[in-house]
Design a binder for this molecule. Structure first.
Ligand code: ATP
Ligand code: MG
Length: 258
């Protein structure tokens, strides 16, 4: 069995088939992209993996289990983390607190709440603070630890979301348009950062992105969705030459333009 696999996943919204018979297999440590036009069903694929939507049909295999009907918190606990296309941060909390909250999710907060004020609580809290700081420095946000999340620039908020996702200790990391709203320099830095995260933490990365330079330069394999259906899968070079992909998404000028 594959490290992670989706088989024949279908999601219907009323009469609309948002994801129609989607299958994919990911190997451990791979960096894989999911691309396609607006409304193709990319975010819906991530929503099925992370328990935000239970697919109408199909299976999702992870760590030897079928997680298709798992609720979101159970998916997180099983080692899958995500970021959101529409950034979801606690705007009024500090940057550091935003990461610390992620740890609380992953270490049974009931248990922690029961101990509030005790020496053990303070020790665990100090450990969480220290680890959270480390993730923030890794993501280039260490100097902003005590700022409110809402004051961060857009690109910084996207990196804070990645820090929060990493804090849950994932083996599979899903990034929904991580470069959206970033300038070209931030985008190049983000690609290097994602590679570093993959190498250092050994996580498998599955990402959605519209910035083709970013996707083609970063991903080892790419899956293309159009109207809920997979129309191609291959290396960046194969995808750029694929006539169906050019017609549906990249446009005829793409290949010639490099
Ligand atoms: N909760 C929902 N209820 C009804 N329809 C939905 C829902 N979520 C998504 N859709 C529809 O399903 C289709 C796929 O949406 P999805 O957000 O997955 O696309 P996407 O590929 O992520 O697009 P984009 O690149 O614009 O983010 C769209 O037609 C969208 O309007
Ligand atoms: Mg989307």
């Amino acid at each position: 069995m594959s490290f992670f696999e989706m088989r024949h996943v279908i999601v219907q919204f009323g009469g609309l088939c948002a994801v129609c018979d989607f299958s994919i297999a990911l190997s451990a440590g791979q960096l894989v992209g999911l691309i396609g036009p607006n409304g193709a069903g990319k975010t819906t694929v991530f929503n099925t993996i992370t328990g935000f939507i239970t697919p109408d049909e199909g299976d999702i295999f992870w760590q030897g289990e079928n997680i298709r009907a798992y609720p979101a918190h159970r998916v997180t606990a099983s080692g899958i983390a995500r970021t959101f296309q529409n950034i979801r941060l606690f705007a009024d909390m500090t940057v550091l607190e935003n990461v610390m909250v992620s740890f609380h999710y992953s270490i049974q907060s009931d248990f922690l709440h029961a101990m509030v004020g005790s020496p053990k609580y303070r020790r665990v809290e100090a450990e969480i603070r220290e680890k959270s700081r480390r993730y923030l420095y890794e993501l280039g946000l260490g100097h902003l630890s005590s700022e409110k999340a809402a004051t961060l620039a857009y690109g910084q908020q996207r990196r804070l979301e990645i820090a929060r996702a990493l804090a849950t200790g994932p083996k599979l990391l899903l990034l929904d348009e991580p470069a959206a709203g970033m300038n070209p320099i931030e985008t190049i830095e983000l690609a290097a950062l994602i590679r570093l995260i993959r190498d250092k933490y050994g996580v498998t990365v599955f990402l959605i992105e519209h910035d083709m330079k970013f996707v083609m330069g970063l991903c080892e394999r790419i899956k293309v969705l159009d109207y809920g259906k997979s129309i191609a899968e291959g290396t960046p070079t194969e995808i750029q030459k694929d006539i169906k992909v050019i017609k549906a998404y990249l446009g005829s000028g793409y290949y010639a333009a490099g």
